[in-house]
Design a binder for this molecule. Sequence first.
Ligand code: ADP
Length: 492
Amino acid sequence: MIFNSIRWRLQAWHGVILATVLTGFGVTAYQVARENQLRSIDQDLGQQLDALFRPRPPEGRPEGPPPDRLPGGERGRPFPFEPGEFEQRLRQAVTEFGSSGGPYATLWQVNQGLIARSPGAPADLPEPREAFAQSPAEGGPGQRGFRPGPHSPQFARTRGQMREIAIPLPRGFVIVAGRSIADDQAAMRRLALWLLAAGMGIFLLGLAGGGWVAARAIRPIDAISATAQRISAGDLAQRINVADTDSELGRLAAVLNTTFARLESSFTQQARFTADASHELRTPVSVILTQTQTCLARERDPAEYKETLEACQRAAQRMRRLTESLLELARLDAGEEPLRRERFDLGRVARESAELIRPLAAQRKVTLETDLALAECTGDAEHIAQVVTNLLSNAIHYNREAGTVTLAVRQEGSQGVLRVSDTGCGIDREDQPHIFERFYRADKSRTRAEGRTGLGLAICKAIVDAHGGSIEVESQPGSGSTFTVRLPLAHG
Ligand code: ADP
């Protein structure tokens, strides 16, 4: 579903937020403009009334500042007119107000209703009740009555196309003035249309921009998923090409690339291991098949049968060694090889292994020297003995005639360190990083012919790793090698 895509969700959210902001902004702008316009109309009407109701100076008196404003007088000062005169002046002012088609005014009195009107005043004016009460309108905004103005005793209302203000006066009088606001309403409608058009334009632009940004942001994800798909289809060499490595997605791509690289290398190793194992096992099987086929081709004397059987036995023994080594490695890999966790002295284990291998050294005319200190470690002494025996066997095997093998154990810091040095052929620099790999042989044809499995050092490394230790080699091609095993010392 398209709506499930992140890009469309981003787009939808962006659209909703944009629409909300624009609508909020547009409505507020319209309201503010409308309020301002109505306020200025109200002020205008108020000023017109104000000007008209200034009392004219009595006949013969010079034109000077008016003694007081008619509507309401000034707060705290005595009202200057007699009741009759006041009403008469009001009636006169109202009837003179405005002109036909322009502003109009009406005069109301409590309990009397409409008592005077200017020529242009409409006939159907409702009573200004709120102004009579001199109190704020009680109705809500929906009620089409007068609303009290913010700072004045002036009430205002919009009636269809008319705007009217009401001014409560002393003695129960109220003046209502108004005018048509058809033109102003048309201007407001134009403003609303403008705001709508501008809002739509900004909305569409924003949507397009947002879509572009979302598409750009999502593009690396497309690249990642396309690469992952190609990898899952079997092409493990694929890597994600993300130029922007500083962004979150760039860093994710870098992490994924590292993972893919490890995945590829582990797949390659697995495939090579399987191929190597099959190859190693095929050789003794071929030997057995060839030997038996040749032998069975015709009648043989007992010595020949014996010779054939011995060759088959050797091949079978080699297969057994190989399968046992493979099994051990597989168990160590899976963590299934039962490893004891007990204290043992690495020096003692080394001494016992050296004694075990001494006959082989003697047979090869290799001198075996030991320099063994106490080093208490925790782990499986039997498996560590297997490591020492493997290293000693290699040191003797790859040594020169009348060479020397030195076995040393000592404590270094928090580690028990075992070193096996020989005076043999050494290991070429390019081979050194690989000799702990499975089936890796520096001199392939020779060692295989000698019946060596190529798994010895791989097993050593797996055992040492399982003990939380490390194994490394230093070698001078032509003059000898030193293998160093480090194991954590037992605590306390
Ligand atoms: P292999 O059964 O072939 O000895 P290993 O895993 O024990 O297998 O050793 C891997 C390879 O490392 C050997 O084939 C050999 O080339 C090299 N190697 C191991 N130990 C030594 C050593 N002490 N001197 C020189 N080369 C060695």
